[in-house]
Design a binder for this molecule. Structure first.
Ligand code: DOR
Ligand code: ZN
Length: 351
């Protein structure tokens, strides 16, 4: 097979940032996806419906007016989040979901949640109105080994959220472990997970190959090979609980190559080519459409996109960097050639 046409896909987890970085990166996501769930971890974070309206306008302004890309906005849950504002934003079609960051778990998560009981009012409301809760699933307890933080989160926190709110739609974002796969598989149909291209393609050894390699550092951190194999099986199975979320998270080169480097991998320019690589290696190209274009929209209750995109086996050369000097960003697969190439931008999108 040298060409693969699938329904126009969506990215259910992306960081578009603000300012010059937003302008530099937004078009990559818009060129690959019909819609994307936009992460709210800005400084200051996107907490209210009004913040999300303003951020959505900034995203639109960063794209050509001809773009049919639809940003799906999220609100960052804080202990002071107002259940009525969140519900009103959802009813108005501004807010698609809320994001739960345990305080201190990752980039710009300082405003996140320390005491879960303080967001129970919002969660109860979300459960009633069918609004999805997106979770960064890592405990922040420094006593817990960084490679165990996802598994411990499932045991200590996620299982409690699901017991307290059994009908709440929950997406465990960017799962990295066999524990995450098993938990999602054993939960009800209201629990799903996104999977990134990078966690599918490398394990934790990539960070230490011949020296420390900061461009392979992200959170949750990549785990050992057996976990990577588990998420590859889940993603390529076609099972409806697992869907595409790139977690593309650009940082300027100096913020990665630093004594205290930022977590995040910029995979937006070749996200689909990268997923196609994994699916082909697993002999599962026939499941790419379900993972990339059907399962997420169905989980969220969104209409499927109506257009298509086509990938061709003609090769994509990934640049070593994007941008100039201190403002440059190193992409995932920098300097490599990927087998697949996206031929057509998303077309014929219908809300
Ligand atoms: O690697 C990551 N980068 N993980 C996250 O959870 C946040 C993201 C970012 O915003 O840089
Ligand atoms: Zn993220």
């Amino acid at each position: 097979m040298d060409r693969l046409t699938i329904r126009t896909p969506d990215d259910f987890h992306v960081h578009l940032r603000v300012g010059a970085m937003l302008t530099a990166v937004a078009h990559f996501t818009a060129n690959q996806f019909g819609r994307a769930i936009i992460m709210p971890n800005l400084v200051p974070p996107v907490v209210t419906t009004a913040h999300a309206v303003a951020y959505r306008a900034r995203i639109a302004a960063a794209l050509p007016t001809s773009s049919s890309f639809v940003p799906l906005m999220t609100a960052y849950l804080t202990e002071d989040s107002d259940p009525d504002d969140v519900a009103a934003g959802h009813a108005e079609g501004v807010l698609t979901a809320c994001k739960l960051y345990p305080a201190g778990a990752t980039t710009n998560s300082a405003h996140g949640v320390r005491d879960l009981s303080r967001v129970f009012g919002v969660l109860a409301k979300m459960e009633r109105i069918g609004m999805p809760l997106l979770i960064h699933g890592e405990v922040t307890d420094p006593e817990v080994d960084i490679f165990d933080r996802e598994a411990v989160f499932i045991e200590r926190v996620l299982s409690k959220i699901i017991a307290a709110f059994p009908s709440l739609k929950v997406v465990m974002e960017h799962i990295t472990t066999s524990d995450g796969v098993a938990f999602v598989e054993s939960a009800g149909a209201n629990v799903g997970a996104t999977i990134t291209p990078h966690h599918l393609e490398f394990n934790r050894n990539a960070m230490f190959r011949g020296g420390f390699r900061p461009h392979f550092y992200c959170l949750p951190v990549a785990k050992r090979e057996s976990h990577r194999l588990a998420i590859r099986r889940a993603a390529t199975s076609g099972a409806p609980k697992f869907f595409l979320g790139t977690d593309s998270a650009p940082h300027r080169i100096g913020d990665k190559e630093s004594a205290c480097g930022c977590a995040g991998i910029f995979n937006a320019p070749f996200a689909l080519e990268s997923y196609a690589k994994t699916f082909e290696e697993e002999n599962a190209l026939a499941s790419l459409d379900a993972f990339a274009s059907v399962n997420g929209a169905t989980f969220y209750g969104l209409p499927l996109n109506e257009g298509t995109i086509t990938l061709e086996r003609s090769g994509s050369e990934v640049p070593a960097t994007y941008g100039e000097g201190a403002d440059s960003v190193v992409p995932f697969h920098a300097g490599e050639t990927l087998d697949w190439k996206l031929l057509t931008a998303p077309t014929n999108f219908r809300v």
